[in-house]
Structures are given as structure tokens and as C-alpha cells.
Design a protein around this ligand. Structure first.
Ligand code: HAM
Length: 418
């Protein structure tokens, strides 16, 4: 019969790889609460309208990357392409703003975008996402960035570049858009790529982000947003940079950084690595002061970021991931010993030791081969002689030493690291 394969861009993750993901999740769950963040788990599917209104109808994500299906009444639902919109929906729908003036949430889980799969780019990928709602002050921006950098540092990741920019606010950005549009319109006709020719009117800032070399070269001297933001935005940005300086967090100002989602205002950033190929952006985020109101909630500013777990995992290969070895392997030499062995394995697990049960009763040689393969620290061997005398053999797999002990002392021996 023909085999059924996984969907393109959707990956399996076996236990070895899962360990890396577990380490990231554990680290997030340790670091983020130090800053007041708690975990919020939102559904992986939402009404499509939420993403259209939240992320923006002109974005690639909404225009071509969502997995959408109609519900029984014909209303479109989509697998979440990112976490922010869902977190905002939950925040508004549950009236969280009425209970607390500052809310901080992190969310870990799968996201779905129908992009062309390649190294570091999947159709189902995973994010560690943080959102801080309430404060408009630049200290919140700096705090969130510091937390993100601490998280990445704790994972042992180095050689990352924090790129940062300000996208202004509804007061100053429209003017800059006009200025940029005018400047782009002055370029020789037909020089920009097809996408940019269209974006020039729909969203001229996205032209700055184009990866096509000719577009990049053409826009080298385009007016810069930081030269065009209002004084409030300029002051906000300069305080953020000052706080990053005081915490010795290096950054590069990237005038072309505009991000692919429409909700951003003021501070925006990406963390980029040069060592994982074309998909080098491992984290991205920014302020989104108008998003809650745009989704029908009150005027509450917000800021957040998301890290791509598959991309972090690519960077972490080679780093020391704590090895998870079983404490024991329980080898059974004869069918008649199985009940006692089963009960011993259960006793040891209840005492907190991880172990494997040798299901098949085999010859000593075969059973020791199995035990060796399991990579356990100790092997217990139970045969009819030991069973009769209330004993079990313990073998230290590191030193090769072995001796008989009373079964009742098995847990103590493992605990003593004997
Ligand atoms: P984003 O830049 O679209 O931002 O995604 C954040 C990160 O998710 C990227 O830097 C990348 O590491 C990872 N990522 C995105 N697409 C893929 C993919 N197809 N395959 C693998 N990894 C991917 C957001 O999603 C915003 N919601 C972040 C945010 C939170 N802004 C404010 N709050």
C-alpha cells in the first residue's frame, strides 16, 4: 500500500530534537516570569477577520499565507499565522484591561503560514511569543528587549545582531509615507521590481524591505524614517536606545527595518543571525499602540516580540543540550521473574528514577546488549536465584562493577549514585 507522507512544510520532531525545544520552553518559563509575564494559551484557530483586521489586509501573511476553511455557517476560520492577534482578542474579549493596568503574557506554540518551505522556513513552525499591554513608556520597550536578549543569551546563543528602528506613529508616519512615495515616484519608471511597483502605492515602506538587489540599490538614498518622525517619537526612541546602552545591549539601527505585519508603531526590531542561511531572522517584534483599539478594544498601547523556535534550534545544534539518560534498565532473565521485576521498576519510578523495563526475558548476553543500548547508568538484573533470595544484581554501566543487593535497597543505591 502506498505510504502516507507528512504535509510539505510540516515536520515531525523526535525525542532528541524535542529536548532542544523543551530547553527553550523551560528557559522561557524561567526568565519571563521574572519580568511579570504569565503564560496565556490561546486557540490555534480564530476567525479569519481577526487576522485581516489585526495583521493587515495588504500583508503577505494575510494575502497569501493563511490556511483558511469555512465553518458550518460559511464563516471563514484560519489557523493562526502568528500569536499577537489572538492574544489581543483574548485580552479584549475577557475584559482584562478593566482588571489590570499592565498585562504581560507569553504564548508558546505552533503557527501556520503557507510559505515556500526551505531551511528555517516551515509551514507549521513554532513561536515563543511575548506581549506587554498597558505601558506606553519607553522603559517597557527596553525591558521587553532586555528580557528577549537575556532569554537568547541563556540559550547560549551568541553572534546575534539586534537591529532596531522606529516606525513613527499615526501623527508622523502618514507624512513620511507621502515623502517616501514622492521620492519613489521620482525613480526611473520600470526600475523597481513588480511587487515594489505595486507596494509603492499600497505600502511604500515595504519597498525599503525588498530583498531584490536592484530595489535595494535603488533605495539606498531614500528618505529615512528616523529623519522624519515627530519629536515625541524621536524622544521615545532615543530613551529606548539610552536604556539599551546602559544595559550594554549592542544594537544596529536599521533604517530599512519595516517588518511584514501592519500593526507596528514606534520601536520595532529584529534579531538576526548570519549562520543559518537566508532565513536569518530569529526573532522580531515591536510596539503596536493602535492594535487593541483597532480590534474593538480600548485605547491600550502594547509591545511584544516572537522568537522562531525552529530557527533557534538550528543555532543551538552543537550547543550542550543536557543529556537525558535513564537511571536504570531492568533486565529480566526468566519469565518467572517478570512480576517481581515489573513491581521493582514501578517502585523505582515512584521514587523518581527514570528507567526501562526489559520486556523480553533473554539470555544474559542478549539482555546486557539491550541494557548497553539503553544508555542507562545502572542495570538491574533479576533472575530466579536473585528472586529466591530477595536480591537483585546492580551493575554500574560506567565502571562495569556489579554486585547483589537486597531488592529493598535498589532505590537507595541509585540515589547514592553508587
Ligand atoms: P514575525 O517576524 O512574523 O513576527 O515572526 C517572528 C519570528 O517567527 C521570525 O523572526 C522567525 O524566527 C519566525 N518565523 C516566522 N515565519 C516563519 C516560518 N515560516 N518558519 C519558521 N519560522 C518562522 C510575528 O509573528 C509577530 N507576531 C511578533 C510580535 C509579537 N510582534 C509583537 N508581538
Amino acid at each position: 500500500m502506498a505510504q502516507i507522507q507528512a504535509i510539505k512544510g510540516f515536520a515531525d520532531r523526535f525525542p532528541d530534537e524535542s529536548l532542544v525545544f523543551e530547553l527553550m520552553e523551560d528557559t522561557a518559563r524561567k526568565i519571563f516570569p521574572l519580568y511579570g509575564f504569565g503564560e496565556l494559551r490561546t486557540p490555534i484557530m480564530e476567525y479569519t477577520d481577526l487576522f485581516c483586521r489585526g495583521i493587515g489586509t495588504e500583508t503577505d501573511v494575510v494575502q497569501k499565507e493563511m490556511y483558511s476553511i469555512p465553518d458550518s455557517k460559511g464563516r471563514s476560520m484560519s489557523l493562526r499565522p502568528e500569536a499577537t492577534a489572538g492574544v489581543m482578542r483574548a485580552y479584549i474579549e475577557n475584559g482584562v484591561h478593566a482588571r489590570e493596568s499592565v498585562s504581560k503574557f507569553f504564548t508558546i506554540g505552533p503557527m501556520f503560514r503557507h510559505e515556500r518551505p526551505q531551511k528555517g522556513r516551515l509551514r507549521q513552525f513554532h513561536q515563543i511569543n511575548c506581549e506587554c499591554l498597558g505601558p506606553k513608556e519607553p522603559e517597557a520597550d527596553a525591558e521587553v528587549i532586555c528580557m528577549m536578549m537575556e532569554f537568547l543569551g541563556k540559550l547560549g546563543l551568541k553572534d546575534l545582531t539586534l537591529q532596531i528602528n522606529s516606525l513613527g506613529c499615526p501623527q508622523c508616519r502618514p507624512k513620511y509615507r507621502e515623502t517616501l512615495h514622492g521620492w519613489l515616484a521620482g525613480l526611473e519608471a520600470g526600475m523597481l521590481c513588480e511587487d515594489c511597483a505595486r507596494r509603492m502605492t499600497t505600502n511604500p515602506l515595504r519597498v525599503l524591505d525588498c530583498k531584490v538587489p536592484t530595489c535595494k540599490a535603488l533605495t539606498e538614498n531614500a528618505p529615512r524614517i528616523l529623519d522624519n518622525v515627530c519629536s515625541d517619537c524621536a524622544e521615545h526612541f532615543s530613551t529606548v536606545l539610552h536604556l539599551l546602552d546602559s544595559e550594554h545591549i549592542p544594537y544596529q539601527i536599521n533604517h530599512r527595518l519595516v517588518r511584514g505585519l501592519d500593526y507596528y508603531t514606534r520601536t520595532t526590531w529584529e534579531v538576526v543571525s548570519n549562520s543559518i542561511g537566508a532565513q536569518g531572522s530569529v526573532a522580531g517584534g515591536g510596539r503596536y499602540d493602535g492594535l487593541v483599539a483597532q480590534l474593538g478594544g480600548p485605547e491600550v498601547p502594547g509591545i511584544g516580540f516572537a522568537c522562531g523556535m525552529e530557527r533557534l534550534a538550528l543555532l543551538m545544534t552543537g550547543n550542550a543540550i543536557p543529556e537525558k539518560r535513564p537511571d536504570f534498565y531492568l533486565a529480566v532473565l526468566d519469565e518467572s521473574c517478570k512480576d517481581a521485576a515489573f513491581s521493582l521498576a514501578q517502585t523505582l519510578r515512584r521514587a523518581g528514577f527514570a528507567g526501562l523495563f526489559g520486556y523480553e526475558s533473554k539470555s544474559m548476553k542478549a539482555t546486557m546488549r539491550q541494557a548497553g543500548k539503553s544508555n542507562a547508568r545502572y542495570t538491574f538484573i533479576l533472575g530466579p536465584d536473585e528472586l529466591a533470595s530477595g536480591q537483585v544484581i546492580i551493575k554500574n554501566m560506567g565502571t562495569g562493577e556489579q554486585r547483589a543487593i537486597p531488592t529493598s535497597e535498589a532505590a537507595a543505591c541509585l540515589g547514592a549514585g553508587e
